[in-house]
Design a protein around this ligand. Structure first.
Ligand code: PRP
Ligand code: URA
Length: 207
């Protein structure tokens, strides 16, 4: 397992704007999309290239093209949806699966409600969810994907707690995690500190 923290100044600046409590729903959504696109640049960094002969207006050349990395982006509903458009603007041919899960307010345990994936299990899966708090939702989502036959899985979050990272590392040591920030910890309600609040509510304007 590798933990990748994307410390690019543009990502860090945009994340600070998202954290501010006065940031509007419209702006929050726009920033999340932009960060997802910038993080997508890093998550695809190791995609292998193949060389193909092409003709420029001046001569032939062996030109690099991405070889065979078929991708499926899998948002954990709802908040993970906010990262999909940024990634598809970089990988337009990506398929999109969905995993529906919410955290029970009392127990903080994930409750599963929806699963729909494309049929080809050979694709690289990028699971998206802005918040990795206790890690329960991400761990269960990844387990479900593995039970279904997916073998190559990456997890892309915006903000994580050390507890959430540890939970994924222990349960799914084969899964690389990509973050914009590893925050300080969790409060008594298992919200990330300093965090950015409830990501789903801030994306969809539901509170
Ligand atoms: C949030 C978040 C994660 C989960 C993180 O979703 O988007 O899915 O909580 O918490 P965990 O790491 O402790 O499991 P939430 O349950 O609020 O649902 P929503 O996206 O529909 O708002
Ligand atoms: N879910 C969120 O949206 N935010 C947190 O801080 C924790 C879980």
């Amino acid at each position: 397992m590798a933990l990748h923290i994307i410390d690019h100044p543009l990502v860090q600046h945009k994340l600070s704007l998202m954290r501010e409590k006065g940031t509007s729903t419209m702006k929050f959504r726009e920033l999340l999309k932009e960060i997802a696109m910038l993080m997508g640049y890093e998550i695809t960094r190791d995609f292998p290239l193949t060389y193909e002969e092409i003709e420029t207006p001046l001569q032939k050349m062996n030109a690099p093209k991405i070889s065979g990395k078929k991708v499926v982006i899998v948002p954990i509903l709802r908040a993970g949806l906010g990262m999909v458009d940024g990634l598809t603007s970089l990988i337009p041919s990506a398929r999109i699966g969905h995993i529906g899960m919410y955290r029970d307010e009392e127990t903080c345990l994930p409750v599963f409600y929806y699963y729909k994936m494309p049929v080809n299990k050979d694709r690289l899966v990028i699971v998206t969810d802005p918040m990795l708090a206790t890690g329960g939702s991400a761990c269960d989502a990844i387990s479900r994907l593995k039970e279904d036959g997916y073998k190559s899985i990456r997890l892309m979050c915006l903000v994580a707690s050390p507890q959430g990272v540890k939970a994924v590392e222990e349960k799914h040591p084969d899964v690389d995690i990509y973050l914009a920030s590893l925050d300080e910890g969790l409060n008594e309600k298992n919200y990330i500190l300093p965090g950015l609040g409830d990501a789903g509510d801030r994306i969809f304007g539901t509170r």
